[in-house]
Design a protein around this ligand. Structure first.
Ligand SMILES: NC(=O)c1ccc[n+]([C@@H]2O[C@H](COP(=O)([O-])OP(=O)(O)OC[C@H]3O[C@@H](n4cnc5c(N)ncnc54)[C@H](O)[C@@H]3O)[C@@H](O)[C@H]2O)c1
Ligand SMILES: NCCCC=O
Length: 485
């Protein structure tokens, strides 16, 4: 087993830093269950150093022109692309996701974000508003200050870059706390930003568990928090941010519907259902975990799906032929197995998979349930594992109401050849990202984020700029000032 031990746990003010007093963070390779690195959670002293570094670096970073900041972000994007293979291998060690995925979905997605926001940085402007008699207002788009990023474990490189790229483009500095389950990749991103020319303190990485993140959020030096995580954590983070009147972007969980009408291109719909449930071993927030299939094609859909499922290649994640890796941790595997047992107990029909592989690591056969009812636990709660629920429906009105009958609102998709119906469904879905004859694609050019309990704010696209900057109005008077007395 190759050790993936980084030089130290934290990256602060352009250099690695450790403090072995902090609680241990063992890093486990999910494919084998073996420890590949051991880091430490930040002590109060480390937290203070990181916040001080980010706070001190922010005014000078914001004083650069957008073009200068953007040049550094674009250079970091180039370095990431040059090191895609190395970054992808590390992402695989961090998460267990197969190299066949990480080579195309992680460092490349991070590079897209750095390139996109690097390009946008020089174009960020305020506006001029003409008023009567020569007076006018101009607006300045200003940074917020220091942004705290808090990450989930499924896409560590992408999550850090989706937050850092718009934050840094707008002139903020950042302290990023990756998930304690996958703490390695973000350190490499920090190294690359330094190499690209980011001054010390502009992007810092602090390791820790929930309490370390909560402590940083309470600090008055933090102006904004951007969390990717579960709804329960989102509620705590939102409350804490509100107490300090801090800006918040919350990218939370989902239970997204995929609606397949009987006129759909069946092979494409089956592909979307597979991608939307089993890519990254089902550990994607926007996954289509409720697959509604119109009753006329239910059997054809299940037949095609189960045939295609036989082609899955479960094996060594570092072998590029592998198409399904392990789950990220023993804990997440156990949560998933519990849901599968609940599904069976509540009367859903397990069509395939669902059993743990008796080998080292956190392996499970991807599961498909049919005859799932809306009130079953597996149809209501986010599992965050490779478990697809197939539900039957008859009519468009019925399925739209059922698709929306959830506290979540992250994504939704429809497969049909009837484009009028497709756009009607997209308009009716209560979800931040909707798909027509596609699913789970997240290009940097498109806003991404949730409605309802799935969160607030948007990542990616020009929309993210609104969430990482603030507007100041400057009124300019060109006339004598008058007063009533
Ligand atoms: N919407 C999205 O873009 C998106 C993307 C990926 C994952 N997710 C969601 O993330 C969840 C899975 O990730 P997870 O298990 O790491 O989530 P989690 O909520 O357990 O943890 C997320 C992060 O929050 C930190 N944290 C925990 N308690 C905290 C507290 N009180 N204050 C501040 N930070 C705290 C954790 O240390 C971790 O870094 C799923 O619900 C999934 O849907 C959402
Ligand atoms: N590639 C998109 C990932 C978002 C959530 O997990």
């Amino acid at each position: 087993m190759t050790s993936q031990q980084p030089p130290a746990s934290h990256y602060i003010a352009g250099a690695y830093l450790d403090d072995a007093e902090g609680a241990a963070i063992p890093v486990i390779y999910p494919a084998t269950g073996q420890e590949i690195a051991r880091l430490h959670a930040a002590t109060d002293a480390v937290i203070d150093k990181a916040l001080a570094a980010a706070h001190a670096a922010q005014p000078a970073w914001a004083a650069l022109s957008g073009t200068e900041r953007g040049r550094i972000l674009r250079k970091a994007a180039d370095i990431l692309r040059d090191r895609n293979h190395e970054m992808s291998v590390l992402e695989t060690y961090d998460t267990g996701k197969p190299l066949s995925e990480t080579l195309i979905a992680d460092a490349t997605s991070a590079a897209d974000a750095l390139e996109y926001f690097g390009g946008l940085a020089g174009a960020l402007t305020g506006e001029h508003i003409q008023l009567p008699e020569g007076d006018f207002v101009y607006t300045r788009r200003e940074a917020l200050g220091v942004v705290l990023g808090i990450g989930a474990w499924n896409y560590p490189t992408q999550i850090a870059a989706w937050k850092a790229a718009p934050a840094l483009a707008c002139g903020n500095t950042m302290v990023m706390k990756p998930s304690e389950t996958t703490p390695l990749c973000t350190l490499k991103l920090a190294e690359i930003l330094t190499e690209a020319g980011a001054p010390p303190g502009v992007f810092n990485v602090v390791q820790g568990y929930g309490p370390e993140a909560a402590k940083m959020l309470e600090d008055p030096r933090i102006a904004k928090v951007s969390l990717t995580g579960s709804v329960p954590t989102g509620l705590k983070v939102y409350q804490s941010a509100a107490a300090g009147m801090k800006h918040a972007t919350l990218e939370l969980g989902g239970k997204s519907p995929l609606v397949i009408f009987d006129d759909a291109d069946l092979d494409s719909a089956v592909s979307a259902a597979i991608n939307g449930n089993f890519y990254s071993t089902g550990q994607i927030c926007s996954n289509s975990t409720r697959v509604f299939v119109q009753s006329g094609i239910k059997q054809a859909f299940l037949d095609r799906l189960t045939t295609r499922m036989k082609d899955v290649v479960i094996g060594d994640p570092l072998d590029q032929a592998t198409t399904l890796g392990p789950m990220v941790s023993e804990r997440q595997l156990s949560i998933t197995l519990d849901y599968i047992e609940k599904g069976k107990a509540e009367g859903a029909r397990l069509v395939t998979g669902g059993e743990r592989h008796e080998q080292e690591g956190f392996w499970i056969a991807p599961a498909v349930f049919a005859d799932v009812a809306d009130d079953m636990t597996i149809a209501r709660e986010e599992i965050f594992g490779p478990v697809m629920s197939v539900l039957d429906f008859e009519t468009e009105d019925e399925v739209l109401a059922r698709a929306n009958a959830t506290q979540f609102g992250l994504a939704a998709g429809v497969f049909t050849q009837d484009l009028t119906r497709a756009h009607r469904m997209a308009a009716g879905f209560q979800a931040g990202t909707c798909y027509i004859n596609a699913f789970n694609l997240t290009p940097v050019e498109a806003p991404f984020g949730g409605m309802k309990m799935s969160g607030m704010g948007r990542e990616n696209s020009k929309a993210a700029i609104e969430h990482y900057s603030q507007l100041k109005s400057v009124y300019v008077g060109l006339n004598p000032t008058e007063a009533p007395f």
